[in-house]
Design a protein around this ligand. Structure first.
Ligand code: PLP
Length: 363
């Protein structure tokens, strides 16, 4: 592809000297799992997110699973979530033994619809799990109000939205507990898998800390059956280098998004909408069109990458047909048929954006 979806090689070139030095220092230290870099990253990330505790783990999927476990969610419980997300959001619910209850989305932001959340609460509901899709926070205030009234936990899936904010709070810091992915292509990405949970709640933080490391409370003392979900020192060292630049990376993503939108506004395609309730950090720049497949074909012919996130909503995935029997969510289904994400990364140039838009509009 002449223009890829993300260009991790370009980002590496910009940071090469510092990254190589930090990785070499870890190799020389002989300390590879849950060491000083992990500890420092957790302090730096907690300060950045404005929370008391940040606990790293092995992936974003694990972050969600550990957070739900720390909320005490298990068999017989229901967790309300969006069908328009990566499957990991729902898998984490299923791992606990609880049932994901999918409700429809807002057709403008593609995020979970707070009115649908309120209507879906039953006697079994224990938590709500909104996803900040494409980097824009879901409308959390009315969801938090439902949670407060019904005694539910609010767990944020912030995998795609590191550094975004909602109502003056950083993504992940608004609800009871927030979950991040450091998968390489994420806004804050490692060079392998990684994840993190953030919370102000001391007991939940302690629970995640124990669960991620075999239920360990002291050397060879295990209070409960936990997991091996630890972050390694090489990933932590890399993430510390990138965390210092996250605001600049997100600023460039927003600049690129606004260049796209200037060019695509009032055309045959619908550019993404910012809801004005916080800051969108454009993990993806996602347009909407009934002619999506033709546009994607034209981009491919011009050697420009594009991707559909996500072509099949979770309530229609084979894995969830039993949990979501008879469920119809027309707004999520329509979005799945019409969305198209265009190349988005900080190093994307104005000329490349112009070339992409010209190809989109000529399709
Ligand atoms: C919305 C969402 N939730 C969860 C995950 C899972 O993260 P990971 O791949 O780090 O397990 C991802 C990313 O892949 C995601 O996009």
């Amino acid at each position: 592809m002449t223009i890829p979806m993300v260009d991790l090689k370009a980002q590496y070139q910009g940071l090469k000297q510092e990254l190589d030095r930090e990785v070499a220092a870890v190799l020389a230290s002989g300390h590879f799992v849950l060491g000083p870099n992990v500890q420092a990253l957790e302090q730096e990330a907690a300060a950045y997110c404005g929370v008391k505790h940040a606990i790293t783990c092995a992936s974003g999927t694990d972050a969600l699973h550990l957070a739900l476990r720390a909320c005490g969610i298990g068999a017989g419980d229901e967790v309300i979530t969006t069908p328009f997300t990566f499957i990991a959001t729902a898998e984490a619910i299923s791992y606990t033994g609880a049932k994901p209850v999918f409700v429809d989305i807002d057709p403008h932001t593609f995020n979970i619809d707070p009115g649908e959340v309120a209507r879906a609460v039953t006697a079994r509901t224990r938590a709500v799990l909104p996803v900040h899709l494409y980097g824009q926070p879901a409308d959390l205030a009315p969801i938090a109000e439902t949670c407060r009234r019904q005694g539910l936990r609010l767990v944020e899936d912030s995998a795609q939205s590191f550094g975004a904010d909602y109502g003056g709070r950083k993504s992940g810091a608004f609800g009871d507990i927030g979950c991040f992915s450091f998968y390489p292509s994420k806004n804050l990405g490692a060079y392998g898998d990684g994840g993190m949970v953030v919370t102000d709640d001391d007991a939940m933080a302690q629970s995640v800390r124990i669960l991620r490391d075999h239920g360990r409370t002291a050397t060879y003392r295990h209070a409960l059956v936990g997991y091996n979900s630890r972050l390694d020192e090489i990933q932590a060292a890399i993430l510390r280098v990138k965390l210092k630049r996250i605001d600049e990376y997100n600023r460039l993503r927003r600049r690129n998004a606004h260049l796209y939108t200037e060019r695509l506004l009032n055309t045959r395609v619908t550019p993404p909408a910012e809801d004005g309730k916080g800051m969108h950090v454009y993990h993806q720049y996602t347009i909407r069109s009934e002619r999506r497949d033709a546009i994607q074909k034209a981009l491919g012919a011009a050697h420009i990458a594009s991707a559909v996130y996500y072509p099949v909503p979770l309530h229609q995935q084979e894995a969830y047909l039993r949990d979501a029997q008879g469920v119809k969510l027309p707004r999520a289904e329509a979005a799945a048929a019409q969305v198209l994400s265009l190349p988005m990364y900080p190093e994307l140039t104005e000329n490349q954006i112009e070339q992409i838009c010209r190809t989109v509009l000529a399709a």
